[in-house]
Design a protein around this ligand. Structure first.
Ligand code: C2E
Ligand code: CA
Ligand code: CA
Length: 707
């Protein structure tokens, strides 16, 4: 037998290549398992090529490391065939571990097939030497080499299958496994080589190729290493990309979650909003039906919130709402739902069985909110009005429950606020009545059902008349005369106030021009503007057009704007008032003393008149505090050069006291009620004809003191 020799360096290289090829194979198995769609096939094809080339090159370098005392060569087509076998076996192995499961039977079958493949590659490679006489194989070692190939394949498949998913330690474990596999492959190869015996006188039939084995080995090693390295680099980059995609997908999911949260919650208080509330109400109703239970829906509206918002700004208003929400939350159980359904409106869905329990809970919430709030060094006080509807008695659908609780809340407000009220069927009638009223009001202007009455204003103390205030009434076809307090708020809520206001202005100006032509040139006509009218874009144009239409001098018109309207969004108010002022129209600040005017703004307002709210005048007799307020307002007005008007003068004592304080004009039932234009003219000409009538009760003017 010829004695073979090994080049140790090349043997070492063959081991290195085997390990690297194993690592690449394991890595590819992981990529195939996690790739989606067609990418999986590409990884399979690329991985099979890289791994197959690796294993084959290990084998071929091992062959090149071997030398006999005779010249050796390798047949090209058989060598290529052995490479193809290596790639095919690798493809099969990678496909196998890419499957979702790997039962023992499949593992075993796969190992046999793959072991056979690797052996076939090896012995085909040996055959490429085309030895004559043929190589003799020692049967035991030959069998052992095949057993090793199968066992190594089984281990490789099993390890690759276990390692295919990403886990924190996957890289070091994979490296260790690659070493084990590499050694196994090398062991198979050299066992196979040991099985081969070359009889003396053997000739290598493929020797004419005559390539220097050393150079060939180097080229193969470099090319193989390059292929394996490229495969690994691509794999690592792709993994990064995949990780990034996964991260992106995760943040997208988070963003979606956030959006859902926002859609169901109020941004300010983080409480559920109306949408979520209705869903909870639906569920509560289902639960209650199943367990024959009951629950309460409480509609809460803060009293006095608007005033705080107007006075201190939205910033303070917002923090107050957050604190209020917190106090409500602190007083209910976690399974109850509190939702914010409007500016200062909250709804509590409370799991209580008895109305008495609902009442207790409502009382608790009322007293919690009644406590002062401390905000930026200020002490703020608000209260709540609560309307309670019980399921199932007061409504079956979330909508009905909310409407009824809302109606009950309005009753609580009407009862004097800071209280709760249970829903009663009669309250609903009110809602329908209001709806009917809105419909009627819509048609009222066209049907000429609105009428104006005029209340005279007198120079203090007894006249003469210096002007009138136009006050609207609604002559309803079936309900009779309706007072403005009953329909102006409704008109304001529905926007109907705009056409109504235009009609009032037009009619008042028409009447005024009639009076002017009749010689009342020094009168002014006062017209009230509601908040919505005041802010309406077409206000200035409407006023200008109306004055023109009736050929009326602007200074004859006095527009009354309430203090709270003027002080809400002061800058915008100032702009509007200035434009009106520029038109030549005069401005009166109505209901003065009820809002939160800052002196600074008051000074900047281009107003010519302050009307002290009639609430102060009414209380004058009983309350010395009100007397102090009135005298302060008068002093303030005088400093600011404003005409001071007292409205709601009903008694001689009030007339006397207000005059003494320095009010310039008086208005009230004592001196003249609101009446029709004709009636007013009749009364005035009678008084003028018999001036003595007005003197019947002469005023005794004495030093002013609280009355
Ligand atoms: P206001 O601007 O404060 O009008 C004065 C109200 O006091 C009138 O009530 C008047 O009748 C009433 N009044 C006058 N003297 C006395 C008195 O001595 N004692 C008492 N207790 N009350 C007196 P009215 O006509 O019912 O109007 C109520 C409110 O409706 C008005 O308050 C005003 O804010 C609004 N309003 C009336 N007409 C119009 C209008 O044409 N447009 C707008 N936007 N609001 C109007
Ligand atoms: Ca007024
Ligand atoms: Ca007033």
């Amino acid at each position: 037998m010829l004695a073979g020799e090994y080049n140790n360096l090349l043997v070492l290289f063959s081991l290195l290549v085997a390990i690297l090829a194993s690592y690449t194979g394991l890595d590819m198995a992981g990529r195939i398992a996690t790739a989606h769609g067609r990418a999986g096939y590409w990884w399979l094809a690329g991985g099979a090529c890289a791994m197959g080339t690796g294993i084959w090159s290990m084998h071929f370098v091992g062959m090149l490391a071997f030398s006999l005392p005779i010249p050796l060569g390798y047949d090209l087509s058989l060598t290529a065939l052995s490479l193809l076998i290596a790639i095919a076996s690798s493809a099969f192995a990678l496909w196998l571990v890419g499957q979702n499961e790997l039962p023992v039977s499949r593992l075993f079958g796969g190992a046999v097939l793959m072991g056979a493949g690797v052996s076939a590659m090896h012995y085909t490679g040996m055959a490429a030497m085309r030895m004559t006489p043929g190589i003799q194989y020692v049967p035991a070692l030959f069998a052992l080499s095949i057993v090793i190939a199968i066992l190594a394949s089984a281990a490789a498949l099993w390890i690759a299958f276990r390692l295919r998913r990403h886990s924190p330690l996957v890289r070091p474990i994979r490296a260790g496994a690659a070493v084990v596999m590499g050694v196994a492959i090398v062991a198979m190869h050299y066992t196979g080589m040991a099985a081969a015996e070359f009889p003396i006188g053997s000739v290598c039939g493929a020797v004419q190729n005559g390539v220097s084995t050393g150079w060939m080995a180097l080229v193969i090693i470099v090319v193989t290493l390059a292929i394996l390295a490229i495969a690994l680099v691509i794999s690592v980059f792709d993994l990064r990309l995949e990780t990034r995609t996964a991260t992106l997908a995760m943040s997208l999911a988070e963003a979606n979650q956030e959006l859902t949260y926002l859609a169901l919650h109020d941004a300010l208080t983080k409480l559920p909003n109306r949408v979520l509330l209705e869903d909870r109400l639906d569920r509560a109703a289902q639960d209650a039906d199943r367990e024959q239970g009951r629950f309460a829906v409480m509609f809460m509206d803060l009293d006095g919130f608007k005033a705080i918002n107007d006075a201190y700004g939205h910033h303070v208003g917002d923090s107050l709402l957050v604190d209020v929400a917190e106090r409500i939350r602190a007083n209910v159980r976690t399974r109850d739902t509190i939702a914010r359904v409007g500016g200062d409106e909250f709804v509590l869905l409370a799991d209580v069985g008895e109305p008495a329990d609902a009442a207790t809970l409502a009382g608790k919430v009322l007293s919690a909110i009644r406590e002062p709030f401390h905000m930026g060094g200020r002490e703020l006080r608000v209260s709540t009005s609560i309307g309670i509807a019980m399921y199932p008695g007061d409504g079956l659908s979330p909508n009905d429950l909310l409407i009824n609780a809302d109606a009950a809340m309005y009753h609580a407000k009407a009862l004097g606020r800071d209280s709760y009220c249970f829903f009663e069927a009669s309250m609903n009638a009110n809602v329908h009545e209001q709806l009917q009223l809105v419909q009627d009001l819509r048609a009222a202007v066209e049907r000429h059902e609105l009428v104006l009455q005029y209340q005279p204003k007198f120079a203090a103390p007894v006249g003469p008349v210096i002007g009138v205030e136009a006050l609207v009434r609604w002559a309803h076809p079936t309900r009779g005369m309706i007072a403005p307090d009953e329909f102006i708020p409704l008109a304001e809520k529905t926007g109907l106030i705009v056409p109504i206001g235009e009609w009032v202005l037009d009619e008042a100006c028409r009447q005024m021009s009639v009076w002017r032509n009749a010689g009342r040139e020094d009168w002014t006509m006062a017209v009230n503007l509601s908040a919505l009218q005041f802010r309406h874009v077409s206000l200035i144009q409407t006023v200008r057009d109306t004055l023109e239409r009736h050929a009326l001098a602007p200074h004859c018109l006095l527009l009354e704007v309430t203090e709270s309207t003027a002080m809400h969004d002061v800058d915008a108010s100032l702009r509007i008032l200035e434009e009106l002022h520029d038109l030549g129209v005069r401005i009166s600040i109505d209901d003065f003393g009820t809002g939160y005017s800052s002196l600074l703004y008051l000074k900047r307002l281009p107003a010519s008149e302050l009307k002290i709210d009639r609430g102060f005048i009414r209380e004058l007799a009983r309350d010395t505090e009100d007397a102090a307020i009135v005298s302060a307002i008068v002093a303030l007005g005088q400093t600011l050069n404003l005409i001071i008007v007292a409205e709601g003068v009903e008694t001689l004592a009030q007339q006397e006291f207000l005059t003494r304080l320095g009010c310039d004009s008086l208005q009230g039932f004592l001196l003249g009620r609101p009446m029709s234009a004709d009636h007013l003219m009749e009364t005035i000409s009678r008084d003028e004809a018999f001036p003595a009538l007005a003197q019947l009760e002469p005023l005794r003017l004495e030093p002013a003191q609280p009355v």
